[in-house]
Design a protein around this ligand. Structure first.
Ligand code: ZN
Length: 210
């Protein structure tokens, strides 16, 4: 990992989603990944690094990853990006599963859609979009500078749930094997929930992948 790259992790909300703040300490440009809850804490952390946030990247559209979007969008005047097939989840409380938890949530549509190979930038740092569907139809991961943000596709010792509508277990396994496990083994995995891990660790020890 590039030592200068800023990566801050905030564990937010009742589902303990990992929100990431990624920034370039020189240009002070950055983006936010999966603002699940608690916009205030996210804003505070960006201020600690004096980061200007121009985009909010959503790894997938389940409610626990998106609830603070609207507040942050207003605060930063940032644009929101999500995988094409998950775009509907931003505006549809059935699709983002929030109706299941009893607190319906829906917000504005995406400002842009992400596809395999697209580039997301934090100043001079570029990250490549990988399609990693299965936990949801439009789940994406972001890879670059020795790290990969995997959303709810891959966790330390586990993989994403596939018992929700729109999930598919075989699709998820294929995505993990063909898009994530092929990355260098020392790549740090920053997952949507729980502690970080590495590609090598998951390739060798993840019980769902053997
Ligand atoms: Zn999810």
């Amino acid at each position: 990992m590039d030592n200068n790259l800023i990566i801050e992790i905030l564990e937010l909300g009742p589902f303990f989603v990992n929100c990431y703040i990624v920034g370039d300490p020189e240009s002070k440009q950055g983006f936010i990944i999966d603002p699940g809850f608690d916009a205030e804490r996210i804003i505070e952390m960006t201020e600690r690094h004096s980061l200007a946030i121009d985009s909010i990247i959503i790894t997938h559209g389940h409610a626990d990853h998106i609830v603070a979007i609207d507040e942050l969008k207003k605060h930063f005047k940032a644009r929101v990006f999500i995988g094409e097939k998950d775009a509907i989840m931003l505006t549809d409380s059935e699709a983002n599963l929030s109706t299941m938890s009893g607190e319906s949530f829906s917000g504005d549509p995406a400002d842009g859609l992400l596809r395999e190979g697209d580039i997301v930038k934090a100043g001079r740092y570029e990250f490549k979009v990988l399609d990693t569907p299965g936990h949801s139809p439009g789940s994406i991961s972001l890879y670059g500078h020795g790290v990969v943000f995997t959303g709810d596709a891959l966790f330390l010792g586990s993989i994403g749930r596939t018992d929700f509508p729109g999930c598919d277990h075989e699709t998820l396994l294929e995505a993990i094997h063909t898009k994530l496990l092929v990355l260098p083994e020392d790549t740090i995995v920053y997952a949507g929930h729980g502690p970080d891990t590495t590609i090598g660790q998951e390739r060798d020890y993840n019980p769902f992948l053997s």
